[in-house]
Design a protein around this ligand. Structure first.
Ligand code: AMP
Length: 585
């Protein structure tokens, strides 16, 4: 490949060089981050120096720590009397708000008494009110709910020092522009603002010009390379399913040796251990290993003493082992440069290589950055099916028989088996089968057929699903709008059509409808079916059995300033459309 060979990763820095609070540093060591990701290396010093920041960054780049670490390092914990939040992080969805809030709590592990409070539509006000009354240093909220609390005067932002807009483009797309601008303008003028966005549409540029002062603009550069002799594939898979996906791939894919990349030191150990428990020959390397241990492990990999090396980026830097036929990105790298270094570990010495990438639904943006950086499209792969795995097991079993037939011990054992079969009067084939059972360590030889799969939220085997979506669209006779990024409601959810009193006349977009209803009703984007925007009203498919609390919240929700007055369009008595669970092909 034409990438600069074994050049160190973008960041030569360690977290210790970034002047961050020693207690935060300790927490980062605990979570196992070895070096700052490029967005962190660029953002943390700017925020530590009090500058405003505009960061072009996507989920998966490490942007949460990029803003959380400096905020936590600079927050004032001494003033016990102060109950008003010092930091507010605005996030487009409750999922992200919760995720960010959990990450911050982890980084704040050694900051005694630091309170982080998530506030989002859909959760009862009670929990949030008592949290706010108790006092929270950091609030992570969705814009609609933050505005609600401001209007009710239950959230005091007069002492705000840090404001972060996370996934700003997504927030605008969901119709939160007005709310976001209100929060920006109604909070102290001297607060420090950090705005993160995966894209920079003109509205975001305008917002950053208007509300940020002399902002440091941070874009992580990516080098372009060509990895012509390495085939690159990706698999969209939920975190919880990664281990199963990995073991299936290890069984079915023909490989000589493989490096599996994970993000943290602990993950290298955990994963190697779990692989060994499942009968694979695996070892871990990470930055904690002393040089001698590292060299020993690499020598063993070279000699074929084991075939699967689980590594962090740092530990695998410069690794040059010809027999590595595959690199598997178990955790998507935080930047494209790491990806390029990772896949450069295969396809060595003119051989061909295979690069595989696991990607969760939320990380799909990173795929296009990687494609741009490597100037190659990644092809989607399908998870090997139970049938594929079983076929491979049977073939390997047959191969092992063939290999054993050449053993010099064969005549001895043949004699013993013949004697046994004669004495016990059983067919020789049964004796052979009994010996095969003995060799199986009590584990069942074949995988059980898969139960019909009810897909988890956000996880699609996209080709099949897209076909399903197309069929469904063809079946419909009225014009409908499919919301970007949203495929279908949860597969076994009964949907009903609801009417809301906003339509084209009010200039509503599908995004603003989903944003408002999702946040105020505590729904997820996957709860939405079709959205049909008419002149003065819109029809929205939502779960048929919305609880009264949700209906109540939605009856008071506004979009574009207009009360939506959500009502059942089809009459609650009528049976609603039932979505059949999908069966995996
Ligand atoms: P984010 O982009 O903030 O959603 O982070 C994506 C993932 O990268 C999360 O799982 C983080 O725990 C992880 N992460 C963030 N910073 C680092 C780092 N410096 N080293 C390793 N992993 C990291």
């Amino acid at each position: 490949m034409s990438a600069p060979e074994d050049e160190p990763l973008a960041s030569h820095l360690s977290f210790a060089d970034l002047d961050i609070d020693e207690r935060v540093l300790r927490a980062l060591a605990d979570v196992g981050y070895e070096t700052p990701s490029p967005i962190q290396a660029a953002t943390i010093p700017a925020l530590m120096a009090g500058r405003h920041v505009v960061g072009l960054a996507q989920t998966g780049t490490g942007k949460t720590a990029a803003f959380a670490v400096p905020i936590l390092s600079r927050i004032d914990l001494d003033d016990k009397a102060q109950k008003a939040p010092q930091a507010l992080i605005l996030a487009p969805t409750r999922e992200l708000a919760l995720q960010v809030s959990e990450a911050i709590s982890k980084y704040a592990h050694y900051l005694p008494g630091l309170h982080v409070l998530p506030i989002y539509g859909g959760q009862s006000y009670g929990v949030q009110l008592s949290g706010l009354r108790r006092g929270a240093h950091v609030v992570v909220g969705t814009p609609g709910r933050v505005i609600d609390h401001l209007e009710k005067k239950t959230l005091d932002l007069t002492r705000l020092r840090f404001l972060v807009l996370d996934e700003a483009d997504e927030m605008l797309q969901m119709g939160f522009q007005e709310d976001v601008e209100k929060i920006l303008s109604d909070t102290p003028a001297d607060k420090q603002v950090a705005l993160f966005s995966a894209t920079m549409p003109p509205q975001i540029r305008r917002i950053s010009k208007r509300y940020l002062t002399d902002a440091a603009e941070i874009t992580v550069k990516t080098k372009t390379v060509t990895a012509a002799n390495t085939r690159q594939r990706y698999l969209q898979v939920a975190n919880a399913q990664k281990m199963d996906a990995l073991t299936r791939i290890l069984e079915v894919e023909q490989f000589e040796a493989m490096i599996v990349f994970v993000r943290t030191k602990q993950a290298t150990e955990d994963l190697a251990e779990r692989l060994r428990a499942r009968g694979f020959s695996a070892a871990a390397i990470n930055g904690d290993l002393v040089q001698a241990q590292r060299e020993r492990t690499i020598a063993q990999l070279k000699s074929g003493a084991f075939d699967i090396l689980v590594a962090t980026d740092v530990a695998a830097r410069g690794l040059d082992v010809e027999r590595i036929s595959h690199v598997l990105n178990y955790d998507i790298p935080t930047d494209t440069e790491s990806y390029i270094h990772r896949i450069g570990r295969t396809g060595r010495a003119g051989r061909t290589g295979e690069a595989l990438l696991f990607m969760t639904h939320r990380e799909r943006h990173l795929l296009s950055s990687i494609e741009r950086a490597t100037r190659q499209p990644l092809t989607e792969m399908t998870l090997p099916s139970v049938e594929d795995v079983n076929t491979t097991r049977v073939a390997k079993f047959a191969d092992s028989i063939t290999a054993s037939l050449a053993s010099p011990q064969l005549p001895l054992f043949r004699g013993l088996i013949d004697d046994y079969a004669r004495e016990h009067d059983v067919p020789v084939a049964d004796v052979a089968a009994a010996l095969a059972v003995l060799s199986q360590d009590d584990q069942s030889f074949l995988l059980a057929p898969e139960p019909p799969v009810v897909k988890r939220k956000n996880e699609f085997s996209s080709a099949a699903d897209r076909a399903g979506d197309r069929d469904r669209d063809r079946d419909r006779d009225r014009p409908t709008v499919r919301v970007a990024g949203q495929r279908r409601a949860k597969s076994d959810v009964r949907l009903a059509t609801y009417r809301i009193r906003v339509g084209k006349r009010h200039k509503v977009q599908p995004g603003s409808i989903v944003g408002a209803i999702a946040n105020e009703g505590g729904l997820s984007r996957q709860d939405f079916g079709h959205i049909d925007i008419r002149i003065d009203h819109s029809l929205v498919e939502l779960p048929a059995d919305l609880p009264p609390r949700t209906l109540d919240a939605l009856s008071r929700t506004r979009i574009s300033g207009q009360l939506i007055e959500l009502t059942r369009e089809d009459g609650a008595e009528r049976p609603s459309r039932v979505k059949k669970p999908r069966h995996k092909p």
